[in-house]
Each structure stands twice: as structure tokens, then as C-alpha cells.
Design a protein around this ligand. Structure first.
Ligand SMILES: [Zn+2]
Length: 120
């Protein structure tokens, strides 16, 4: 399977999941929101999942665009080649492992970043 096939397949799956989630979310009145309980929790969960799926669709579409432009497999941050084994696992990634690590530190630990900023 080429990276393009893989990405297209994943994009298809993600769009399907989004359709399913959206249908469930549209059924919301049946939960009787406001009563709380399991229905509302489930709704929150689907809403959170929808955000994840939307972000996934976006990154897959970006990966396809990079494929068309011939920029696929190159890190958008440092411009180096992304490790083939990394692309194998994460075909939609736009970052090499070193940059991904730094980006994760940026996004996942803002409090830690503040600590570092204060020390400097
Ligand atoms: Zn990089």
C-alpha cells in the first residue's frame, strides 16, 4: 500500500466515524439534557471524540496536499526527511520525531513551559 492509499483509507474511515458521531450528536434531545446522568456524559464523550476526529481529518487532508505538492515525508518544521518507520506508523504526520517531541512539550505542558520561562 502506498502512503497515498493509506492516507486515503484513513481519511475515509475518519469521515465515516464523523458521520456516525454527528448522527448520534444530532439525536441529543433523546438524552433529555439537563437531567444529567449517563446520557449527558456520553454526549460529552462523543463531542470530545468529534474534536479528535475533526483534527484527524484535517491532518490527513494536509498530508494528501503535501503528497500532491511532492513535499510529503519532509518535516514542516525543520525541513529534514521524516524517518520512514515513523511515516509507516503515522502516515499523516508532518513532523519528524524530534520536532514532534518539541511540539508536544509545547502543547501538552504549558505550565512546565512557564516554569522554564520564569527561570530564564
Ligand atoms: Zn523536524
Amino acid at each position: 500500500m502506498t502512503p497515498s492509499d493509506k492516507i486515503r483509507k484513513e481519511l475515509e474511515d475518519a469521515k465515516h466515524e464523523l458521520t456516525v458521531l454527528q448522527a448520534r450528536l444530532d439525536d441529543r434531545p433523546e438524552f433529555g439534557l439537563g437531567k444529567g446522568g449517563a446520557g449527558a456524559d456520553l454526549y460529552e464523550m462523543w463531542l470530545a471524540r468529534k474534536e479528535v476526529v475533526l483534527a484527524r481529518i484535517q491532518s490527513l487532508e494536509e498530508a494528501l496536499r503535501r503528497l500532491e505538492l511532492g513535499e510529503y515525508g519532509r518535516c514542516v518544521r525543520c525541513g529534514k526527511e521524516i524517518q520512514p518507520e515513523r511515516l509507516e506508523i503515522l502516515p499523516a504526520t508532518s513532523l519528524c520525531s524530534a520536532c514532534a517531541r518539541e511540539e508536544n512539550e509545547d502543547t501538552l505542558a504549558p505550565s512546565r513551559r512557564r516554569e522554564i520561562a520564569l527561570k530564564e
